[in-house]
Design a protein around this ligand. Sequence first.
Ligand SMILES: [Zn+2]
Length: 372
Amino acid sequence: MSFAFTLHATDGTARAGTLQTAHGPVETPVFMPVGTAGTVKAMMADSVRATGATIILGNTYHLMLRPGADRVAALGGLHRMMDWPGPILTDSGGFQVMSLSKLRKMDADGVTFQSHIDGSSHRLTPERSIAIQHQLDATITMVLDECTPYPATHDEARASMELSSRWAARSRSAFVARDGYGLFGIVQGSVYPDLRRASAEGLIATGFDGYAIGGLAVGEGQQMMFDTLDITTPLLPAEKPRYLMGVGTPDDLIGAVARGVDMFDCVMPTRAGRTARAYTSRGVFNLRNARFADDADPLDSHCACPACTRHARAYMHHLFRAEEMLGPMLLTWHNLHYYQQLMRDLRGAILAGTFNTTATAIRAGWEAGDAE
Ligand SMILES: [Zn+2]
């Protein structure tokens, strides 16, 4: 099984395709739940699959620190350890080194940092990141890059992008090709069109199995993110998958799918599920709110998840008020199911040529509010 992407239909610039991997196919556009530390929090692997998820994400930074890449490899790799036989994408670790570790020192060759857990010292280089992701048995490996902070001056963004380009080439050289496994490059360049172009051209010349768009959803706001996608996705080869990293809200997903993005990951649905925040076809609301105390309606009458088919909003409200662990479990399940249903609906609309009317109808549902 070779790693291959097939485009089935386009509607405007929105795309529907299938990614073939060593661990099974992935229909796109797709949302990848985040399994940070070898688990999608509050969910068993079977439950994640029951939401319709076909591919999940693992975090190299967390896994290299705990339990450690050697231990994951000794347990048969991430798929075996997690009981998730499907595709797994791992990030490079770079983003969380910058956002979570205590002391860190970047140089031209890599980054040295202290663990946020116990202060122990570690070093990540492009070659080391690729080797760790190999030990984890990642279906899709990401190059080590620097996620350019926002805002950045043009000079800062260029220097950062050029560093990422050099690391991408080193990552490519270090990657051990295996049938059905892929390596993605990451386009950087902040919000500057000339830098996005230079980054994309450099990566395409090196050659990757897919192209991620990094350095967005870092504070620039939705409109600037969409503007940057408008100038970036046309630079990428049509026959390769495109992955927008760390995005986003349901509205972000619709806007980015409309602009030709195929793959997404975000902690939002799982994190929100642990804090009583529900994403529904009638918008977002907080189940701790007193107005749900006697509400016998399902959380979302359009949803087929266990929380919505078996329980009332009042019960969910009670679980969160009483701090019962079933509350985060049920709401994480619901939020992931909602995200998967949203992506299935968008894919179906692209295949049917009705993307715009479907997107308008979904947004109208959010506007209508949660009272049926
Ligand atoms: Zn539900």
